[in-house]
Write a protein that binds this ligand. Structure first.
Ligand code: ADP
Ligand code: MG
Length: 696
């Protein structure tokens, strides 16, 4: 029989075709796969008790001798049961087995067994029902720490344990050591083989802890090496050198004086695009910090240098708004700014693409349609991605590929709700400018959590605000938060939701605010209609805008001062913070009301975080703590490979260490091609196999 990692599980005795099909569902096809299928948790069955010491009501191991031949009987319900009386020197253990009448032939008086089950007091002895049992001297599942594996229907833990045993014995010794000796020594990490053996069958909890630490480190180091290799690659790119037009010169175009933080970010960009190297910069700033103006500087500088700028937004709505802003700002300097979204079709699209290919359009604003097939740039020199947390690592590679021989500069704008740990991973390859200052005159948005009982008062407050000339957003959650709503054109959006928004808007219009103008917007509306309603809202013609989360990012109407969010408990905190960022953008005092009819105290507690702080970073940390990284932004959105043992939220220190090592390694050997680094390189390739864009 073939040995080692490539042995097909189907060929092993005790598996067979049916079980191997089920194992495949767990991603397990070969013995090598089992080695990396780690236990979910462990049961400590090391202590074997006497009858007297057995802890009441708990799962435990008890060693005893069979005292009499098993008795078969039938319960009143007709179920067959086998009763076995056992003893040790301290008392009696009575066993009952249901549905296993064959067991009457298994136990012979005088034999010693270890039983594992829940011990219930019974007179002076104890009883157990359907315990696991092992003959003394043959213990596999008792008297030790037992791993509990992720399972699926038809696959029992005992089978997983058997397979893991084989994998540890046959495969683990052949696994290449990926951590160089100096790394293991510096951070006190155990060897590969020890780690793999102990993660499955720990001798004790110290062994388990050291195995876990090593495997987490190894995983994070593999990940950060992959990201550092990407960075290494990028740094060596030559870049287009823009004509020297400084932020100083650009300032006069702006309707306001940029904050110091905005100016610094623009200076960073100026330095990058005139350095001769390719820019790869992230501009991070909380909602409302004025990132658009910074991006506009980049677009302007590109246009004046005779190259094109592609300005990508996550939603059509935001693309439309940026198109308006940039046209107003740059149009007067003779820069042509156009809009391309999925809804630009037919002859209009054809003409636009022609002009783009001829280089007659300098700035093209749009959704991801900007990078679809058939969109050909004359000379793409700058790619701007706004609100980048919607775009992952992999997508960035795809955009850079649209340029000519010299890759375009890349500028990514993002609000802060990415906790530092995740940011490190996602943006580890980028230079970062931080806008840590809001434009002057902003007052923090006062935030309240209210229940249904306050609805009438809340509507009264809407009236007061509108009476003072202000405007109001009213947001209803989408059932599919990460579905079609984001883009509005890619996937099906449940009809129910659209109805919820439109019905709600109509009710408000007819029954609550007949004298005011209520409008609505959602992701599935035609681009033209969305644009119409948004400009009606921007101009103040519509006073109350009912919407889905389509307005979540970037929408900017400074006269809006009140945001009401219905069923607020259905949103993540960071998302609520983003939504709230739609108000408090002008000179007026602003408010956010979170409506929740949830009775759960935790749900309300969670919402209260928003009433206490307006710091996006702090909110993001709290969100990460409460919901875990899996939920934070869907895996696909941040585009990182799936991790098996490490956890961004709790393994922060190891992450820093691993990242440090990765940087040192990649600095000395950028492609990890030295003999001693080859195993690590192979591991990196394996981890990133689903993200080939990152590598090639
Ligand atoms: P975000 O960082 O969320 O993208 P925006 O770029 O949309 O923020 O800016 C928010 C609002 O603040 C806009 O109305 C913008 O015109 C205004 N703004 C930006 N910078 C300044 C500034 N330095 N002074 C005054 N207002 C500013
Ligand atoms: Mg913005």
């Amino acid at each position: 029989m073939e040995q080692g990692r490539n042995v097909a599980l189907a060929s092993l005795s005790g598996v067979g075709p049916v079980r191997s099909g089920k194992l495949a569902k767990l991603g397990l096809e070969r013995l090598g796969d089992v080695l990396w299928h780690f236990p979910l948790r462990y049961e400590d069955r090391r202590k074997v008790y006497t009858v007297r010491e057995a802890p009441e009501g708990e799962m435990c191991c008890v060693k005893a001798m069979i005292a009499q031949s098993p008795q078969l009987s039938r319960a009143r319900s007709g179920v067959e049961l086998v009763k076995v009386k056992c003893v040790d020197e301290t008392g009696t253990l009575n066993l009952t087995f249901f549905h296993q009448s064959y067991l009457r032939h298994t136990f012979s008086p005088g034999d010693q067994y270890v039983f594992y089950g829940k011990a219930e007091r019974q007179g002076r002895g104890i009883s157990m029902v359907n315990p696991l049992f092992e003959k003394e001297g043959e213990e596999k599942y008792t008297g030790r720490i037992v791993p509990v594996y992720p399972l699926t229907a038809g696959i029992h833990n005992a089978l997983m344990m058997n397979l893991a045993r084989m994998a540890v014995d046959q495969v683990a010794p052949t696994v290449e050591e990926v951590l160089p000796l100096w790394v293991r020594q510096r951070y006190g990490l155990c060897q590969q083989e020890f780690a793999l053996a102990n993660i499955h069958f720990p001798q004790n909890f110290e062994g388990l802890a050291s195995a876990r630490k090593r495997l987490i480190f190894e995983e994070l180091m593999t990940l950060t090496c992959g990201l550092a290799m990407l960075k290494g690659r990028r740094q060596h790119f030559d870049g287009l050198t823009f004509v020297s037009h400084s932020p100083e010169e650009f300032r006069s175009l702006l309707p306001f004086t940029p904050t110091d933080a905005q100016s610094r970010a623009m200076e960073d960009i100026f330095r990058d695009v005139t350095s001769g190297q390719s820019m790869n910069r992230l501009v991070q700033g909380d909602v409302g910090s004025g990132k658009t103006a910074v991006a506009a500087y980049g677009a302007w500088a590109a246009a004046l240098s005779g190259v094109q700028c592609a300005f990508m937004a996550p939603t059509e709505l935001l693309a439309e708004q940026h198109h308006r802003t940039l046209s107003t700002l740059l149009g007067p300097c003779g820069i042509r700014v156009e809009l391309l979204t999925g809804s630009v079709k037919g002859a209009g699209r054809k003409k636009l693409l022609q002009d783009l290919a001829r280089g007659e359009i300098q700035v093209l604003v749009g959704t991801h349609a900007l990078f679809s097939q058939g969109v050909i740039y004359h000379k793409l020199g700058l790619v701007i991605a706004d609100e980048q947390h919607r775009f992952g690592v992999a997508q960035r590679g795809a955009l850079a590929a649209k340029g000519g021989e010299i890759p375009p500069h890349v500028l990514v704008m993002s609000a802060t709700p990415i906790p530092r740990t995740l940011a490190l991973m996602i943006y580890g390859d980028m230079e970062v400018s931080i806008i840590d200052q809001l434009p002057p005159g902003r007052t923090p948005v006062s935030t309240y959590v209210v229940g249904e009982d306050k609805r009438q008062r809340m509507y009264g407050f809407v009236r007061t605000q509108v009476g003072q000339g202000r405007q109001v957003y009213l947001v209803c959650p989408a059932v599919e938060e990460n579905g079609g709503e984001e883009e509005g054109q890619t996937s099906l959006f449940p009809a129910m939701d659209l109805k919820a928004v439109t019905t709600y808007a109509r009710q408000l219009q007819e029954q609550v605010f007949p004298d005011l103008k209520v409008g609505f917007v959602h992701g599935k509306m035609k681009s033209k209609d969305k644009e119409a309603i948004m400009s009606a809202f921007a101009s103040g013609e519509v006073q109350i805008l009912v919407s889905t989360t389509v307005i979540e990012v970037g929408v900017d109407v400074p006269n809006a001062t009140l945001m009401i969010i219905e069923n607020a408990d259905r949103f993540g905190l960071s998302q609520l913070h983003q939504l709230r960022g739609r108000v408090g953008r002008g000179k007026y005092e602003s408010y956010c009301v979170l409506v929740s009819s949830s009775r759960s105290e935790t749900a309300r507690q969670r919402l209260r975080v928003l009433t206490q702080t307006t710091d996006g970073f702090q909110i993001a940390q709290e969100d990460l703590r409460l919901r875990g990284p899996g939920d934070f932004f869907g895996q696909r959105q941040h585009g990182l490979p799936q991790l098996k043992v490490a956890d961004f939220a709790s393994d922060l220190e190891l992450l820093h260490q691993a990242r440090q090592v990765a940087q040192e390694l990649v600095e000395g050997d950028p492609d990890l091609m030295r003999t001693e680094h080859r195993p690590l390189r192979r591991r990196v390739e394996l981890m990133f196999r689903d993200n080939p864009d990152i590598f090639h």
